[in-house]
Design a protein around this ligand. Structure first.
Ligand SMILES: Cc1cc2nc3c(=O)[nH]c(=O)nc-3n(C[C@H](O)[C@H](O)[C@H](O)COP(=O)(O)OP(=O)(O)OC[C@H]3O[C@@H](n4cnc5c(N)ncnc54)[C@H](O)[C@@H]3O)c2cc1C
Length: 321
C-alpha cells in the first residue's frame, strides 16, 4: 500500500482553488507518515495542469491521460479504478466540487468503499469530521481498510500559498473502451457572464436583513466598492430578489473563505455561518450585542449599520486617497 493521493480538478485549463485546499488536507494526512501526497490530474491533455501541480506542495504528480477522458463519470471512474488497482493508495482526497459529487460516490461503490464527503477537519487517527443536520451536529468518521476516500469542503482547509517542487511527473495510461462510457460529454458548464464565483473572492461584504429594504443596498454596495470587495448576502435578501441567488452565502448558497468577510446586519444563523466561518478575518456590524455572528467574528462593531457603514466607507475612501 502506498500513501496519500489527491485528485486535482481542471477549471478551464487551470487547477481550481479548492484543489489547492485539497492538497493542504492531503498534506495533513501525509505528514502523519512523514511523506508528501501524490497529485493526480485527469483528462485528455494534462501536461499544463501537471506542470502547475508539480510546483505545489506534493511529492509527485501523476497524469492519468487518455483520449476518452473528457469528463464523464464512467470515464473517470474506469480510469481511477485501474489506477487504484495498480497503486493501492491508502487514502485519496478529492475537492468537494459538483464534478466530484457526480463521480466519486460511484467510484467508492465500485470499490466497495464509502466516500466520506464534505470533510471540514482532520484530527489525529486520522479522524474525519463533517457537519450534519445543516451544521447543528458534527460527525467523526474513522476508516477501516483502504483506500479511504474523502472529499474536503470548500474553505475548510487553507490552501497552501507556498510553492515547492518541481515534483516528478509520471503518466498513467488507463485502457478505456468507448463502449464503457454511457454518457456523452456536453459543453463544459459555464455560468452566465454575470455569475460570480464568490468562493475565490479575496474580500466580501455581505448584507443581511438588517438593511431593511432594497433601496438601502447602495450603502453596502458603496462600502464594497471602496474596498474592491464582492457583495454577498444572507438568504432573506436573495429570497426577496434584492440580490441574485448566486450571491447567497450559506448552507443553501455558496461556501466562501475570503481574507476578509464583512457581515453587515446579519444575525449569524447556523445556515449562514456554515458558508463563511472559514474566512480568515470576520468583521461583523450588528446593533444587537448578543447576535451569534459575534461568536465567530474577529472584530465586532455593535452599532446601527446606517451610521457605521457610511462612516466606514468614508474612512476607507480617505485612507485610500
Ligand atoms: C434549510 C435552510 C437553509 C438555509 N440556508 C441559508 C443560507 O444558505 N444562507 C443564509 O444566510 N440563511 C439560510 N437560511 C436562513 C437562516 O436560517 C436565517 O434565517 C438567515 O440567515 C437570517 O438572515 P439575516 O441574518 O440576514 O436576518 P436576521 O436573522 O433577521 O438578522 C438580521 C440582523 O440584523 C441586525 N440589525 C437589524 N437592524 C440593524 C441595524 N440598523 N444595524 C445593525 N444591525 C441591525 C439584527 O440585530 C439581526 O441580528 C436557511 C434556512 C433553512 C431552514
Amino acid at each position: 500500500m502506498s500513501g496519500v493521493y489527491v485528485v486535482l480538478e481542471d477549471r478551464n485549463g487551470r487547477i481550481g482553488r479548492i484543489s489547492f485546499e485539497a492538497i493542504a488536507a492531503a498534506n495533513i494526512l501525509a505528514a502523519q507518515s512523514g511523506s508528501k501526497p501524490t497529485a493526480i490530474v485527469i483528462g485528455t491533455q494534462t501536461e499544463a495542469l501537471a506542470a502547475e501541480a508539480a510546483t505545489k506542495s506534493v511529492g509527485k504528480v501523476v497524469r492519468i491521460e487518455h483520449a476518452l477522458l473528457s469528463y464523464t463519470p464512467d470515464g473517470y471512474n474506469a480510469a481511477l479504478k485501474q489506477f487504484i488497482a495498480a497503486e493501492s493508495p491508502d487514502t485519496i482526497v478529492f475537492p468537494h466540487t459538483y464534478q466530484v459529487r457526480d463521480y466519486a460516490p460511484a467510484l467508492a461503490a465500485r470499490l466497495g468503499r464509502v466516500l466520506i464527503g464534505d470533510v471540514t477537519q482532520i484530527a489525529e487517527g486520522p479522524v474525519f469530521i463533517r457537519s450534519l443536520m445543516q451544521g447543528r451536529l458534527s460527525g467523526s468518521y474513522k476508516s477501516s481498510g483502504s483506500p479511504t476516500l474523502i472529499s474536503v469542503q470548500s474553505g475548510a482547509f487553507r490552501a497552501e500559498e507556498g510553492q515547492s517542487g518541481p515534483a516528478e511527473i509520471a503518466t498513467f495510461t488507463p485502457s478505456i473502451e468507448a463502449s464503457q462510457i454511457r454518457t456523452k460529454p456536453g459543453e463544459p458548464f459555464r455560468g452566465a457572464a454575470q455569475t460570480v464565483d464568490l468562493s475565490s473572492a479575496p474580500m466580501i461584504v455581505a448584507v443581511g436583513r438588517g438593511i431593511r429594504e432594497e433601496g438601502n443596498l447602495s450603502l453596502v454596495q458603496d462600502l464594497a466598492a471602496s474596498l474592491g470587495a464582492e457583495i454577498a448576502a444572507s438568504r432573506p435578501i436573495c429570497d426577496n430578489g434584492w440580490l441574485p441567488i448566486e450571491r447567497q452565502v450559506g448552507s443553501s448558497g455558496q461556501t466562501v473563505a475570503p481574507k476578509l468577510y464583512l457581515a453587515v446586519g446579519i444575525s449569524g444563523a447556523i445556515q449562514h455561518l456554515v458558508g463563511m466561518k472559514g474566512s480568515q478575518c470576520i468583521v461583523a456590524i450588528n446593533k444587537d450585542a448578543e447576535a451569534p455572528i459575534f461568536e465567530v467574528a474577529d472584530y465586532g462593531i455593535v452599532g446601527d449599520l446606517f451610521e457605521v457603514v457610511p462612516a466606514l466607507t468614508e474612512a476607507i475612501k480617505s485612507a485610500r486617497q
